[in-house]
Design a protein around this ligand. Structure first.
Ligand code: SF4
Length: 371
């Protein structure tokens, strides 16, 4: 393979590497024209007003040349195309704990990819430089699905994570990659906002092994003001993931003045407990000032701990706090006898006392995918 690269691509490559991207060999940093990464979109429908995308509840109806809300789909010659097929802007090897997934293959590595684009517009987005833009404005790799698999194997990762921005919007790329991964015995992880319609989600669940879904708030009005989306479709998605046998964990980011209302947190946890999610790990995540909410303070540790107590009181069995280095609520205890099962230090597993997925003291099953 000729690994000579042009001056332009060399500069792009250096810029990407200085931004912390993973080093891939040879010509993998994008040198092709953007059009090389178009693929006809799945779940499109012709309507009198234009071509409708049926992937997410935004239901974009687009005319010739119009760009979608998620910034990575366009109608070209009367067909809807994804513009983000095989050109991720972020490629990294992460501990699976970073997704966060605490009950899924602990201590393993996830080959993590993202393209530009998102179907929500969260004021607090940590990844807004890639989520709120289009693939022609990011520095991208050329990484078709087959190449993702070979890189994943070369980097000794047990899974591929579709993450960082919003994988719902690079559905075709994620789906095709996940199919190949499954054939190769590699697990697939979706880190998503859950803002997707049931039909594409059910198809996806056939190839996805684990998901961490953001439940951003528990009121329709907060959802709309904070993220530009609706709550109900996310709740519907949670049920589908669970019912289709995908290992599920949920993240709730507590944003001061927005989602730190304990009454709302109690209602959310009550709903989760009453609707069959009591064994689904819930991660309360700490907010740090960012993007359009830079003026707010970080979430206090007290608030996170109080939220965790509310969740436990409502009957949720596995409750964690995240983004809080040194906080003890990152360990897994047996809900039966209280023995310490998995001890985490940051993203590192310091001790794993599970015995074939069960408590080594009392024998109770600890829900998860442990190997
Ligand atoms: S996935 Fe993108 S194009 Fe499709 S409906 Fe959602 S925002 Fe619109």
């Amino acid at each position: 393979m000729n690994h000579k690269i042009s001056k332009r691509s060399f500069i792009k490559r250096c810029a990407a590497l200085s931004a912390g991207a993973l080093c891939l060999p040879g010509d993998e940093l994008l040198i092709e024209e953007q059009s090389a990464f178009r693929k006809e979109a799945m779940f499109q429908e012709e309507t009198a007003r234009g071509i409708m995308c049926r992937i997410c509840p935004n239901e974009c109806v687009l005319k010739e040349g119009e760009l979608s809300k998620c910034n990575n789909r366009k109608v070209i010659k009367s067909k809807l195309y994804t513009l983000a097929y095989g050109n991720p802007c972020s490629v990294n090897v992460d501990p699976v704990e970073k997704k966060p997934l605490y009950h899924f293959l602990p201590g393993t590595r996830a080959f993590s990819i993202a393209t530009a684009g998102c179907n929500l517009v969260c004021l607090n987005c940590q990844n807004w430089t890639i989520s709120q833009t289009s693939p022609d404005k990011t520095r991208n790799y050329s990484l078709m699905p087959g190449k993702v698999i070979s890189e994943c194997i070369a980097k000794e990762c047990k899974s591929i994570a579709y993450t960082y921005s919003e994988p719902v919007t690079f559905y075709e790329y994620a789906f095709d990659t996940a199919v190949l991964a499954k054939q190769a015995g590699i697990r697939n992880i979706f880190k998503s906002n859950g803002y997707i319609y049931p039909e594409p989600l059910k198809k996806l669940c056939g190839v996805i092994d684990a998901a961490n879904i953001d439940l951003k708030a528990f009121s329709e009005s907060t959802y709309l003001r904070l993220s530009g989306g609706k709550l109900q479709p996310v709740l519907d998605s949670l049920r589908i993931y669970r019912d289709m046998g995908v290992w599920l964990e949920i993240t709730n980011l507590i944003v001061p003045e927005w989602t730190d209302n304990f009454g709302e947190i109690k209602r959310m946890c009550g709903w989760l407990a009453e609707n069959g999610f009591s064994k689904v790990p819930l991660h309360f995540s700490r907010f740090y000032p960012t993007y359009k909410l830079e003026q707010l303070p970080p979430t206090t540790v007290d608030t996170l701990n109080k939220a965790a107590q509310i969740a436990r009181d409502e009957g949720l069995l596995y409750v964690y706090t995240g983004n809080v280095p040194g906080n003890e609520l990152s360990d897994t205890k047996c809900p039966g006898c209280g023995s310490m099962m998995v001890v985490r230090q940051g993203y590192r597993i310091a001790a794993n006392n599970l015995s074939a997925g069960k408590c080594s003291k009392c024998g109770r099953i600890i829900e998860g995918v442990w190997s």
